[in-house]
Design a protein around this ligand. Sequence first.
Ligand code: NAP
Length: 262
Amino acid sequence: MTKKPSVLITGASSGIGTVYAERFAARGHDLVLVARDDARLKALAERLARDHGVASDIIKADLTVPADLAVVEARLKDDARIGVLVNNAGAALPGSFLTQSADDVASLISLNVTSLTRLASAVAPRLAKAGEGAIINIASVVGLAPELGLTVYGATKAFVLYLSQGLQLELGPKGVYVQAVLPAATRTEIWERSGRDVNTMSGVMDTQELVDAALVGFDRREAITIPPLPDADQWTALNSARQAMLPNFGQEHAAERYRKAG
Ligand SMILES: NC(=O)c1ccc[n+]([C@@H]2O[C@H](COP(=O)([O-])OP(=O)(O)OC[C@H]3O[C@@H](n4cnc5c(N)ncnc54)[C@H](OP(=O)(O)O)[C@@H]3O)[C@@H](O)[C@H]2O)c1
């Protein structure tokens, strides 16, 4: 029997990333676990070895630090055993756009957008050459909902959705599966870390249920997985409405409503 591909998971030290690690370990995949808190990663690796007999390598990395990010990129480029990337590490910010500092905003973009994109870029050529493999990008329903008031966070997640859709078109024909997962509120440390109390909120999903649903989508090779959305046709309708505009964008002249000022 050929060995299952290894899975590299960013943000594996807590929340959604830890559950992905548990689930891929239960499926018999060796792992590469990435986060800043290497004590937690070590404890997780020991538990997964004991419970599932899989081997986990640990990379302690702050993905907003270019030198640390470069180590993870190199691993994805060079380690042919890695066949799945779970681009999960991410954070949110306390406050609103008027109270968030430009440095904090830039740091969030560096983690949620730049590192995620660079890691996909590091692994994609190798997977495309092999004609197999998968990239799971953790986006968010907030990327569809500016109304929620998490403006920069939501913008980073809209980027992740768009990137995933573009990569599906570019990499799909080469045998590489790209999935965007859009959780809504899920019970993890992200809330406390960004100054919010999850216990005051309703409609919060358990982390295990979220990841198990996302993996149902993964096994079906679904492009966009929105675990809490009851009616999948609502996503299909939104995407179809967007696509219906596409043939109308290329025009020599401005639309009638702009031909007169005022
Ligand atoms: N929970 C929700 O309601 C929700 C909803 C939609 C989407 N999401 C997305 O789900 C993903 C996972 O978040 P979570 O909810 O599981 O939150 P979490 O429990 O706070 O986990 C975030 C993970 O990212 C890692 N991380 C944070 N900053 C990092 C950095 N600079 N460098 C490397 N790793 C870093 C953390 O590890 P260290 O601190 O050890 O570095 C941790 O393992 C994120 O992309 C988030 O945006 C969450």
